[in-house]
Design a protein around this ligand. Structure first.
Ligand code: COA
Length: 350
């Protein structure tokens, strides 16, 4: 995977460029009304406090590698002919403690032999994985990298806990990043990452179940995401008014609105999908990118400011000038192989 092996010649204008995007959501929709049948809550409380109306929940036979493989296949299909030398998978819910889930996903995608490893940074996982991918490319270790974020986050929840069950959902998103030129659309700006382990107890898994201190997390999330986003925008030499689309980790609609307001980005430039999918942890940002590209919210040339926050604590932000890509919807129509992915575990995806 050295520069020599991949024929990589590095130059001063090299950049990592997004050249493919895809996502996959499990079909089962769980509405707020469904939750009210088993939790002491109301549809109105959930929607008013979180902005969430429904979330997707994977059935018990579906693994994180199933979700990741499907999203990864779609991202690869949107970057036709692109050979990747690494698969980086961000997840909080790997299929097993050991080995990592990424090698299995790579094999099922027909990528046996490439580098494959997991990254764990909870809801900031996608940005950590993206930074890793851009680093692999910048150092000449890879020409192109498949970055996937996949979560079966609902498996971490206490089914009787009304403070967490309404918030989270399952899903996966992915991008393909390749070596490119810094002037090209799709270039990933500097990725700013941070952490504060002193506050690890605000979000953690204890006695087998996910727990979080909602109010403290809320405050930290707004502060850290706004701060990181400001740094990323400044590094790209963008002012607030230059930002065409703000992509905030979908933790809570009120958190995203507060981040947008801190940054001074108007509401109509703020992309969201939390209402339909809830918080899908690491997968949140690439699912939102994939859906927004598909439904025309993200347009080629848009200056996109991306920011995320999660357990650890961890946070991060970057910028992307959105490229022209084939979307998942177009692929569903055109690429029969994607539509035929086997939902069962272990089946290779062509
Ligand atoms: N239905 C009804 N009432 C609920 C409820 C539910 N689903 N969940 C909590 N409540 C109750 C609480 O028990 C509490 O009752 P009390 O006042 O009698 O003690 C009351 O609502 C307020 O609880 P609180 O936790 O303070 O509510 P909140 O307005 O802060 O909203 C969150 C809770 C979790 C929605 C909110 O704090 C949040 O979104 N925080 C950020 C979470 C986040 O971003 N997580 C992801 C990080 S990556």
């Amino acid at each position: 995977m050295t520069g020599e092996e991949t024929g990589v010649a590095r130059g001063p204008d090299d950049a990592a460029v997004i050249c493919g995007v895809g996502y996959w959501l499990p079909p089962q929709v769980v509405t707020n009304a469904d939750l009210c049948e088993r939790l002491d809550t109301t549809e109105e409380w959930i929607f008013r406090r979180t902005g969430i109306s429904a979330r997707r929940v994977a059935d018990p036979g579906t693994t994180t590698s199933d979700l990741a493989t499907r999203a990864g296949a779609r991202a690869l299909a949107s970057a036709p002919g692109r050979q990747v030398q690494a698969v980086v998978l961000a997840t909080t819910t790997p299929d097993r403690r050991c080995p990592a889930t990424a090698p299995e996903v790579a094999s099922r995608l027909g990528l046996t032999g490439v580098a494959a490893f997991d990254v764990s940074a909870v809801c900031t996982g996608f940005l950590y994985a993206l930074a890793t991918a851009t680093g692999l490319i910048a150092a000449g270790h890879a020409e192109a990298v498949l970055v996937i974020a996949a979560e079966r986050f609902t498996t971490l929840l206490n089914p009787r806990d009304r403070t967490t069950v309404p918030i989270f959902g399952d899903g996966a998103g992915a991008v393909v990043v390749r070596r490119g030129d810094s002037a090209e659309p799709g270039r990933v700006g500097r990725v700013f990452l941070g952490s504060d382990g002193g506050q690890r107890d605000l979000i953690n898994v204890q006695d087998g179940y996910f727990q979080m201190q909602g109010r403290a997390v809320f405050r930290q999330a707004v502060e850290r995401m706004a701060e990181a986003a400001r740094l990323a925008a400044r590094a790209a030499d963008w002012r607030t008014e230059d930002v065409d689309k703000l992509v905030v980790h979908q933790a809570n609609a009120r958190v995203s609105a507060a981040v947008a307001s801190e940054l001074g980005v108007p509401e109509n430039r703020h992309t969201q999908n939390i209402r339909e999918v809830g918080n899908t942890a690491a997968a949140s940002i690439p699912i939102l990118l994939g859906q927004s590209a598909e439904n025309g919210t993200l347009l080629p040339g848009d200056r996109v400011l991306v920011t995320a926050f999660g357990g650890g604590l961890t946070w991060g932000a970057t910028t992307v000038v959105w490229p022209e890509l084939k979307t998942t919807a177009q692929m569903r129509r055109r690429d029969v192989r994607v539509a035929q992915i086997d939902p069962g575990g272990g089946a290779p995806v062509e």
